[in-house]
Structures are given as C-alpha cells and as structure tokens.
Design a binder for this molecule. Structure first.
Ligand SMILES: NC(=O)c1ccc[n+]([C@@H]2O[C@H](COP(=O)([O-])OP(=O)(O)OC[C@H]3O[C@@H](n4cnc5c(N)ncnc54)[C@H](O)[C@@H]3O)[C@@H](O)[C@H]2O)c1
Length: 409
C-alpha cells in the first residue's frame, strides 16, 4: 500500500472513530474501500471476543472490517471465515502478504505472539496483540520486538483491557504530582478459582491429527520439538512449553496498569514463590505465584495471586505521605498513618474495557501516538514477569543487567 493510501485510510478511520465516539457516526460516512482491513491470527476463544468488537465498531460506523482470518486448525479457520467473511489462510505469513490487511489482531497461544507481531511489523502492519506479549522464556523476543516497533514507528497495543480504565492514568498523574510522597510499596494481583485442563480447556476433537486437521509444526513454533499430543494442542495452557500459569496468563491484566500508574521501567531484581500447590494432575504450570519486584527508584511491587481461591485483595500504592487505592469512586487517598477515612477521593473520568482498547488502538493507528498498553510498557512488564517465572522455576533471585538489557540468574 502506498503511504498516501495508508494515510487516507488512517485519516478516514480516525475521523469516523471520532464521530462515533461523539455518537454521530453512521455507516454512510465511509465507503468499503476506506475501511481499515483487519487480519485475525489465531481464531480460538479470545478471537471471538475481538471479532465481536470489530463487528460492533463497524456497525457503529467505524471504518473497520475483518478482511482475513488465519489459524492452523481447520475447523477454526472454516468457522472464522464463515462468521466474518474474511479470507481464510492457513499460514499467518500469507495473511500478512494480503494487501487488504492493514492491521492485525493476534490471539494465538502465548509463544506465537512475539514472533507473529515481529512478522506483522516487518510486513508494515500495526498490531493489536493479546497478552502476554511473549512467552515466559522469550525475553530476547520481546527485546527484539520493542526495538523493531520503535525503529519502524509501528503502533502496537497489547490486549490488557483493564489498562483502558482511566483511573490508572489519573493515578499516574497524581503520583507524579506528589500526592502520595515517595512511592514505596505497591500491590496488585489476580485471584480466581478454577483449573485449566479438562474443565477450562476441553479437547474439542480427541481424534484430531496433524495433516489436514492441523499444523503441529506451526503450533510448536520456536518451542521444543515434541511428538503430537492432542492434549498439548487443545489444552496448551497446562504446559510450560506454551504457557506459564498466572504470571503470564493473568498478571499482565493488573500489573500493566500498575506499571502505567507507577511509570515502572526495568526492575533491579525479582524473586518469586509459589508453585503447583493444589491442582495436582498432569498440569505443569503453577497455580499460585507471588512475585516481588524491586525498582531502581527505590520502591517495590508485589504481584500476587492464585487460581485456587477467588478472594481478592486491595490494589494500592503506599507512599511516604499517603496510600493511593483503586477503590470508592475511582481513586481514594488515605493518610500514611493508616487512618480508615480517606483524605481525598478522585472520581473515575472514564471506565474502559476491551472495546475502548480497540478504539484507542484505531485512534493511534491514525495519530501514530502510543496506545495505552504500548510495546515499551509491555517490555518493562514482561521483563518483571519473566524474571518472576525464572526465579520461581530456578529457586533463585533474578537480577537485571540494565546496561546490557538482559536478565541474569
Ligand atoms: N485479554 C483477555 O482477557 C484474554 C482472555 C482469554 C485469552 N487471552 C489470550 O488470548 C490468547 C488465546 O487464548 P484462547 O483462550 O483464545 O486460546 P484458544 O486455544 O481458544 O485459541 C488459540 C487459537 O490459536 C490457534 N493457533 C495455535 N497456534 C497457532 C499459530 N502458530 N498460528 C495461528 N494460530 C494458531 C489455535 O488453533 C486456536 O484456534 C492467549 O494468549 C491468551 O492469553 C486473553
């Protein structure tokens, strides 16, 4: 696509996006040629939600349209093509070569996110990619991807939809303005009850075989070579080759916005405890992981959680002068001496969800600004998470060599 056409599409996109946000868009504001073509890579459970959002935005008058779909499992490709009208591809690289695709949405298993985002950026596409940005073993991939995104000026939004809530950016400003004094200790986490495996991820077809049904080599990607296993294919979240348990699957949701609020960069050291404490079957990934990350600015962040018990905990940042909690009308500030009554309340300016995350992405595709959950923010988030996983698996503290940008353990 020529720069002129791309710019035209982007201008049309943002104009209609702005109109739609103001409640004034109609489908007539654009012609089919003006629509931003979306290519969907990895058309399983999560992609269904993305497809629904894109279709809803299109119905509201946003100039977006799903034009291509890609998966490595035949029934999924067929269903996705039927549901969206997108052209089906068995290989994401063929989808990336389709000139009708302007942006891609990636919702394949974790270890494909980074490599497929790299392929997409190299093909000149902007990217909305699911969390985690990379698998826990792929620090080098997230480092390479971040450099590429920044060198090419690509727009990359990571699918951490809670970051769309305005409270985190409001908190960032309050903390910058000195509302809590010096940040000392922040806590966030994710608590839920429920295993992955038989209940969470059913084997859709016990007789599925590599060949016409699915591409096993593409599923393995850059991971360890293994003989075909129907359980690994359908229930990949249970295995360390493809997933990492709560730190990679769940913690990006609340640690990303906390990192935005605190303006976290690379940690100095990270340690973690926990393990496979309850769900004791063939599942390899931990069910409970508590990560403590220390930052060079002199504060520490606890990222805590379990999949065994859904009772949550307070999300807050404790400072030398006050505590900032994500509670009440949005944000509540309490004095550092622990008194129960808030000293200040700040209402939430705007709630946010996955739809708002898409709108923010489309606006950034036009403006070339950084989206809320941009690649560099995710690089910092993923570094702490990967260090936490490595610390847990190796029983050691992980250190970060900031000069060489590498994890040392
Ligand atoms: N943001 C959220 O709230 C949220 C919710 C659920 C899942 N997710 C994320 O979305 C991703 C997908 O999760 P899911 O629950 O949809 O899993 P899923 O197994 O339902 O879907 C994954 C799809 O990717 C396909 N696939 C596998 N390897 C591929 C490859 N190399 N290229 C293209 N397609 C490939 C599979 O065939 C499958 O159809 C995960 O990384 C997960 O963390 C995010």
């Amino acid at each position: 696509m020529s720069p002129t056409r791309r710019e035209f599409i982007r201008t049309a996109s943002a104009t209609a996006a702005g109109l739609a946000l103001a409640g004034g868009a109609s489908a007539q504001t654009t012609s089919p040629n003006e629509r931003l073509g979306v290519g969907c890579i990895g058309c399983g459970g999560r992609m269904g939600a993305h497809m629904g959002i894109v279709k809803a935005l299109q119905n509201e008058g946003f100039p977006v349209e799903i034009v291509a779909v890609s998966d490595i499992y035949t029934p999924r490709i067929e269903a996705a093509a039927k549901n969206t009208g997108g052209k089906p591809y068995r290989d994401h690289r063929e989808l990336l070569a389709d000139p009708r695709v302007d942006v891609v949405c990636i919702a394949s298993p974790d270890r494909h996110h980074g490599p497929q985002a790299i392929d997409a950026v190299l093909a000149g596409k902007d990217v909305l990619v699911e969390k985690p940005l990379v698998h826990w073993s792929q620090f080098d991939v997230v480092k390479r991807l971040t450099k590429l995104v920044e060198d090419k000026g690509a727009v990359l939004q990571c699918g951490t939809q809670y970051a769309a809530d305005s409270v985190w950016r409001q908190a960032r400003q309050l903390i910058k303005d000195g509302a809590i004094g010096k940040p000392i200790f922040a806590q966030c986490g994710y608590f839920r009850q429920g295993d992955w495996g038989e209940r969470g991820m059913p084997i859709l077809d016990p007789n599925a075989k590599p060949g016409p049904d699915l591409n096993w080599e593409a599923f393995l990607g850059d991971g360890p070579k293994r003989d075909f296993s129907v359980s690994r294919f359908f229930r990949w979240r249970m295995y360390l080759d493809y997933a990492g348990g709560p730190p990679t699957d769940l913690y990006p949701h609340f640690f990303t916005p906390m990192a935005i609020a605190l303006d976290c960069k690379f940690p100095t050291r990270v340690s973690a405890g926990g393990g496979k404490l309850f769900y004791n079957h063939e599942r390899e990934v931990p069910d409970t992981v508590n990560i403590v990350a220390d930052y060079p600015e002199g504060y520490t962040v606890a990222i805590l959680g379990t999949q065994v018990n859904a009772r949550g905990m307070e999300t807050c940042v404790r400072g030398s002068e006050a505590t900032l909690c994500f509670s009440g009308p949005g944000i509540q500030l309490f004095s550092a001496d622990g008194k129960a009554e808030p000293i200040r309340e700040v209402p939430r300016e705007k709630p946010g969800d996955a739809r708002e995350m898409w709108v923010n992405f489309l606006e950034c595709v036009k403006s070339r600004e950084k989206p809320w959950s941009d690649c560099r923010t995710q690089y910092y988030v993923q570094t702490a998470i990967n260090m936490g996983e490595l610390s847990l698996f190796e029983g050691k503290t992980a250190h970060f060599d900031a000069e060489r940008e590498r994890i040392v353990i």
